[in-house]
Design a protein around this ligand. Structure first.
Ligand code: N01
Length: 539
């Protein structure tokens, strides 16, 4: 038990016990550091601890979305489905915590509120909401990219007599919607996943859609013994192959052709095959230029819109569900299990809140400009303050009192997404400016954690007390990240990748989209050149 007022002295503090925090703890322990993880939740698992909404499921296949660093771990764990459901991923995170004996260094229900760098001795002091303080040379932010939930500030929410939930803060005990009139606000990945499941329970489900979203089928299925064993027999091969791909996912050979090289008939066949295979990477890998050429992308958009028209019986509802404001894939392409089919149910109503905006949450439900919907419960699937939200939620102050919030007032600036100049010895895992959310997150996490652990081991070996990103290297990296994004269609969408979902957030494209394979090479070269672009100082 740590006493109020006392400071716990450590070598490294990790904030967050999701997949990034768990692996960082394991790695840093492995190089002999005294480490503690501070976690806001009651348990480990990060995203998969908080996002317990009905239908929550990963859109990367289970055999890929798992740690690769331990052959024993990857061999002994069994995944029940092709795409894992949230409870299975959370079970896996807990298994890893037990298997690697991580829990003794994880302090749960510790929400970090501040992190302050002391320049005199090159150490961070990290404080929790409960008033505890921890001090360490290194601070590693494993705070996640989609971990600060956002509830829009609709007037009247506090007066609502029913229950309301957010996808990212779902009650641990679950929610029974049986016999209730339920409203879901939002049709991103979370909404698309929860809508079919809530529709099966609710007396009536009202979906409040502002922007239609592209979604492709997951074609999820139970894992067969043959599929699992076949993959596991060559796990090392598949993991190595994944490292040489942009997404950190093996088994999707780069497409050889551009979309317009094929005839319309041949294209239709390709898209039909991809649709039947399931998976968003598979679909977006139909042609090599879908994310760089608008005319190519239009062909994929048209195919999905035609699918929606063919699935949804009411032509007016089908029309409303057809996305028309962004190229496919430039917002996270949703993966669903019967999403569009759900709108054929008698107990589901689609409400277009683009033409009839939400005015307020009333005592009895939700009021749009033209009418009131009586609701017993509202599920907000309204997303997150992505990529920077969780970091800026902490009062982080670096050298000379530099506040991260001030430094990033016009958008995040990092070198390699790993560090930001002026905040020495503070590393970010999958930070803005790294491939992160555009990849298999666990693959990106492993790459970052391995790099950070190697870097810290090097600093200790060389007797170096402080590492900081060089401002010029950071400027060059930010420019490079933007140049790469500008050569794609991504910036055309009003997505959370550019912060467009948060009113007032600076519009900056945050992930690095050149691919994890290329990024890995850059990071390795930086390390091999004695951490080029970083300033190493003092003992
Ligand atoms: O959030 P989102 P999410 N009035 O921001 C709507 C990952 N993820 O939680 O587009 C009305 O995508 C908003 O409408 P609009 C994945 O990376 C992965 O669904 O702003 N509507 C939009 O429809 C994903 O991209 C998995 O017009 C409002 C929705 O809310 C990321 O998390 C599963 C509104 C928000 O969509 C975030 O997904 C789940 C308002 N005032 C999540 N404000 C898988 O692995 C917002 N909306 C499969």
């Amino acid at each position: 038990m740590i006493k109020q007022g006392a400071k716990t002295e450590l070598d490294a503090i990790i904030v967050g016990a999701g997949f990034a925090g768990l692996y960082t703890l394991h790695k840093l322990r492995g190089i002999g550091l005294r480490v503690k993880v501070l976690e806001a939740g009651k348990g480990v698992g990060g995203t998969w601890f908080w996002n317990r909404y009905p239908g929550a499921r990963c859109d990367v296949e289970s055999l890929e979305y798992s740690y690769s660093f331990s052959e024993e771990l990857q061999q002994e764990w069994n995944w029940p489905e092709r795409f894992s459901a949230q409870p299975d991923i959370l079970r896996y995170a807990n298994h890893v915590a037990d298997r690697l004996d991580l829990r003794r260094d994880i302090l749960s229900e510790r929400r970090v509120v501040s992190a302050t760098f002391d320049e005199l001795n090159d150490r961070w002091t990290v404080c929790t909401a409960g008033g505890e303080a921890f001090e360490a040379r290194f601070c590693i932010m494993a705070t996640g990219n989609l971990s600060l939930p956002r509830v829009p500030d609709f007037p009247g929410l506090k007066n609502f007599k029913g229950d309301w939930y957010h996808s990212g803060l779902w009650p641990e005990e679950g929610v029974d919607f049986t016999g209730r009139r339920v409203g879901v606000i939002g049709t991103g990945s979370s909404g698309v996943q929860m809508i079919p499941e809530i529709a099966k329970q609710a007396e009536h489900l009202f979906v409040f859609q502002r922007t239609a979203n592209f979604s492709v089928p997951g074609m999820n299925r139970p894992m067969t013994y043959e599929a699992e064993q076949g993959h596991k027999a060559r796990y090392a091969y598949w993991r190595e192959a994944a490292k040489r791909t942009p997404f950190g996912i093996a088994g999707h050979p780069p497409p050889p052709k551009t979309a317009l090289e094929d005839t319309p008939e041949a294209r239709a066949e390709v898209y039909e095959r991809k649709w039947g295979t399931g998976g968003n990477i598979s679909f977006l890998y139909a042609y090599k230029d879908l994310l760089t050429d608008k005319a190519a992308n239009d062909t994929a958009c048209d195919f999905v819109r035609a699918k929606i028209r063919s699935i949804v019986r009411d032509p007016e509802i089908a029309r409303l569900l057809m996305p028309n404001d962004h190229p496919i894939g430039t917002k996270r392409l949703c993966l669903d299990n019967g999403y569009f089919e759900t709108y054929n149910r008698d107990n589901v109503t689609l409400v277009d809140v683009r033409s009839d905006p939400i005015i307020e949450i009333s005592e009895q439900g939700l009021r749009t400009k033209t009418r009131e919907y009586r609701l017993d419960a509202i599920a907000f699937a309204t997303g997150f303050d992505a990529m920077t939200g969780a970091l800026l939620d902490i009062d982080i102050r670096g050298a000379g009192g530099l506040r991260l919030a001030d430094k990033w007032a016009h958008g995040p600036r990092t070198y390699l997404g790993l560090m930001t100049a002026g905040l020495p010895n503070l590393f970010m895992i999958t930070g803005p400016g790294s491939p992160s959310v555009k990849t298999n997150m666990i693959a990106s996490i492993e790459q970052h954690v391995d790099w950070i652990a190697d870097c810290i081991a090097y600093l200790r070996r060389e007797g170096i007390g402080r590492i900081d990103a060089d401002a010029a290297a950071e400027d060059a990296w930010v420019e490079h990240v933007n140049q790469v994004a500008d050569a794609t269609l991504y910036p055309l969408a009003n997505s959370w990748y550019v912060g467009a979902n948060i009113p007032g957030k600076p519009r900056v494209f945050m992930p690095y989209v050149a691919g994890l394979d290329k990024y890995r090479v850059i990071c390795d070269a930086v390390a091999a050149e004695s951490y080029r672009g970083f300033k190493l100082m003092g003992a």
